[in-house]
Design a protein around this ligand. Structure first.
Ligand SMILES: [Zn+2]
Length: 386
């Protein structure tokens, strides 16, 4: 059994210990000490990382009360070594995890919902509650959580006896009857949990709900706490500042500024569509009626205008009515129509002639082409000259 120092003091990050075992693994080595501050993965909280002697600890697991530290170098059995946990990472995880307990406790007492899924990710925590919560309810809960943080309540953590446990009401995911560790936030929450926690709620600093969506009949909520929340705030503040500068709008008015731009953009798109339709009418009128092909190249037309132009040109061309949009450098998007030829039968030879790919109906085919304009014109004219 390894002595679990993180249960005695969740803020002890450096310790001395005796190496009891060291064995080679598929990747690196695994080391057992007589005591450890390294928390193994559990209760939704990832394993600590850090250093023992000069070996890097990249993972920690617990098996039958024994804590195995996975290292990138071997240690000598019988030696006393110094271990250091990555304190910043652990402190942040404790801020998040204890914040999660406060929120889950408040949700449980106000709505009776359970926390049925908990994941501590790299960006934020994901918590699944067993019932639906509206955004307004979540914002009210967020305020209450932060009031609990401000109240700076001391956490009470202990292993109750079997008898005491029977009379104790607490949240739990597992039906354990012995060695149950209870994490209590007085008046807020009592929950079975094996992870290290902050000493007082004030240490959580801040809890912010980022997002929420319905999930399997309940609510999935993204939450962030403490230093991670500060970093997230910084990122968001920088984004809003950049947007407000770009739009010349005050920071609390960027949403309205973006909505105004969207409206303007919609108006411009409608105007652009109308101008395109007027333009293609002129383009079609400029073409003389012919028993042969009409082949046009254009740099600006959108797909709807391109198709409409082909429709107009089909009235004037006895052979192919072809419109290529794009450029020699970037290639072409083509639409070809005909009122006399079976284009589906011609698709293969058309694509071969213009270095293209595409297909369609007997009346109209479309696709892309990589050949230059001259090669396309010559290729199509030699294919269906009239
Ligand atoms: Zn927990």
């Amino acid at each position: 059994m390894t002595e679990k120092l993180y249960y005695q003091n969740s803020h002890l990050f450096t310790f001395d210990a005796l190496v009891l075992d060291c064995r080679a693994e598929k990747k690196g080595w695994s080391v057992v000490l007589d005591r450890s501050c390294f928390f193994p993965e559990g209760g939704g909280q990832p394993a600590d990382t850090g250093i023992i002697a000069s070996a890097r600890v990249w993972d920690v697991h617990e098996r039958a009360g024994e804590i195995r530290h996975y290292t990138d170098a071997p240690l000598t059995v019988g030696e006393t070594v110094r271990g250091s946990v990555d304190a910043e990472q652990r402190l942040r995880r404790m801020q998040n995890h204890s914040g999660e307990h406060i929120l889950s406790g408040l949700v449980h007492s106000a709505f009776g919902y359970d926390n049925v899924g908990f994941h501590m990710g790299a960006d934020c925590m994901i918590i699944d509650f067993s019932g639906e919560l509206s955004w307004e309810q979540l914002m009210e809960l967020e305020t209450q959580v932060n009031a609990v943080i401000r109240d700076n309540l001391p956490l009470h953590i202990w292993f109750p006896s079997g008898e005491e446990l029977q009379t104790l009401a607490y949240r739990s995911k597992l039906e354990l009857t012995e060695n149950v560790r209870i994490v209590e936030i007085p008046g807020v929450d009592r929950c079975a949990c094996c992870a290290p926690h902050v000493e007082r709620t004030g240490e959580v600093g801040l809890l912010k709900i980022l997002d929420s969506q319905r999930h399997r009949g309940g609510q999935r909520v993204s939450v962030i706490c403490g230093m991670d929340a500060l970093e997230d705030y910084r990122l968001r503040q920088e984004s809003v500042t950049d947007i407000s500068r770009a739009l010349s709008a005050k920071r609390d008015e960027v949403t309205r500024a973006v909505q105004r731009i969207q409206l303007e953009q919609q108006g411009m798109k409608e105007r652009c569509d109308a101008l395109s339709l007027a333009l293609i009418r002129y383009m079609a009128e400029a073409e003389a009626e012919t028993a042969g092909n009409i082949i046009l190249f254009d740099a600006v037309l959108g797909e709807i205008a391109q198709r409409e132009l082909v429709n107009l040109l089909m009235e004037k061309a006895g052979g192919l009515a072809a419109v290529f949009c794009g450029s020699e450098e970037k290639g072409w998007r083509y639409i070809i129509g005909s009122r006399s030829l079976d284009l589906r039968a011609l698709t293969k030879s058309v694509n071969a002639a213009i270095d293209g790919r595409g297909g369609g109906t007997p009346q109209m085919i479309q696709g892309s082409a990589r050949a230059g304009a001259d090669k396309i014109r010559d290729g199509l004219n030699s294919l269906c000259a009239k």
